[in-house]
Design a protein around this ligand. Structure first.
Ligand SMILES: Cc1ncc(COP(=O)(O)O)c(C=O)c1O
Length: 372
């Protein structure tokens, strides 16, 4: 008798009720709602209702979120800021950099708009922004970074996986090069966190920003910003707020004394409901296993070059929004960007999901770009 193999989705899919009704392959946009995250939101309402304003507990929940994220990326909790979006953390960093001795910020043409916009906003403060273009084969070769990074480069700002086309940047090579030339590195890990193991020490990046609403299964409103400990006090954020203060209970409106920890990249009142949900999502991903998820996703998606791919696959379409709509009518949830249909399998997606999706794509082949 052949023992039946219990796959990762077999074990966990029942925790995500949407699969009773729809085929969900849109985790690059938003993770599917789990029973754990629903319960966390209900708990937030119950605590608010029963206890009124349990701020001590809520501040402690913020610390628990910080510690959970720190554990996920191999950082210490005092190197992690709790923010309300990736943009908020990156903006706090940008506001605290001086574009003097070095003035150049190097970024790729694969960045999420918010990242490009934040760096271009710094041009009024003296920053010079340089874009590293993609090559004809759809990659960004290291030589392109070699041409852009020089001894005037303050920061290299890279995305781990491009939100538009799913391609992965060679973080090791770029970071090595940046450091050799005296520049710092910021990694936008929003499209990878939760879908593959991340360790800030191994990656050797100086800053990392990510949020919980995609592969970490949380909701909008919670993100994190990591800063390498030695760098924290070298940045003096001017985009700030009272939760960035050395002592948030000092309530001193006549002073600005930012925390000696990465909390200095924080701002105002923390997003308590999203923190409840985010802890539940991150803990669920820890339980599911991020390394196991990476293996699973590679198995389901069979990318040609795994080291150059994340969990996001893109299919060129003649009309991507129309294709998303057509699939939606068949209860298949995807999304589109820049002429591509985005399909992003996660731990809960099975081989049967992929078969169902491929059959649907075959039915809508008039909306696919043919490569002759
Ligand atoms: C790569 C990447 N960076 C940043 C963001 C957005 O970050 P936030 O809205 O939290 O500032 C997204 C969201 O889609 C993203 O995919």
């Amino acid at each position: 008798m052949v023992a039946s193999v219990v796959t990762l989705p077999d074990r966990i899919r029942h925790r995500f009720p949407i699969f009773e009704r729809r085929l969900y392959v849109n985790s690059c946009s938003q993770g599917a709602l789990s029973d754990a995250v629903r319960t966390a939101y209900e708990q937030y309402l119950a605590d608010w209702d029963e206890q009124g304003a349990p701020w001590e507990y809520w501040v402690e929940r913020g610390e628990a979120a910080r510690a959970t994220f720190a554990r996920l990326v191999g950082a210490a909790p005092d190197e992690v800021a709790v923010t309300t979006s990736l943009s908020a953390g990156v903006s706090a960093l940008a506001s605290g950099l001086r574009f003097a001795r070095r003035s150049k910020v190097v970024l790729t043409d694969w960045e999420f708009p918010t990242v490009g916009q934040i760096w271009h906003a710094q041009e009024s403060r003296g920053a010079r922004v340089v874009h590293v273009p993609e090559a004809g084969d759809g990659t960004i070769p290291v030589e392109h970074f070699e041409r852009a990074i020089d001894d005037d480069t303050l920061l290299v700002s890279i995305t781990h996986v491009c939100y538009r086309n799913g391609a992965r940047v060679d973080v090791d090579a770029v970071t090595r090069l940046a450091h050799e030339r005296g520049a710092l590195v910021l990694l936008d890990a929003y499209q990878t966190i939760g879908s593959l193991p991340i360790d800030v020490r191994e990656l050797d990046v100086d800053f990392l920003a990510a949020g919980v609403l995609k592969y970490l299964l949380g909701s909008a409103g919670l993100a994190f910003f990591y800063a390498r400990r030695e760098l924290v006090e070298r940045v003096w954020p001017t985009a700030t707020g009272w939760f960035a203060d050395r002592d948030i209970f000092a309530m001193d409106h006549r002073d600005y004394s930012p925390a000696a920890t990465a909390s200095r990249f924080q701002s105002g009142t923390p997003p308590i409901p999203a923190i409840y949900a985010g802890i539940a999502g991150m803990e669920l991903m820890e339980e599911i296993g991020i390394a196991a998820t990476r293996e699973h996703v590679l198995g389901v998606a069979t990318p040609r070059e795994p080291e150059r791919r994340g969990a996001l696959l893109c299919v060129a379409s003649t009309d991507a929004p129309a294709l998303v709509e057509a699939l939606d009518r068949e209860d298949i949830v995807t999304s589109s960007r820049a002429g591509n249909l985005r399909i992003s399998p996660h731990a809960y997606n099975s081989v049967a999901d992929v078969d169902q999706l491929l059959a649907a794509l075959a039915r809508h082949r008039e909306l696919l770009v043919r490569h002759t």
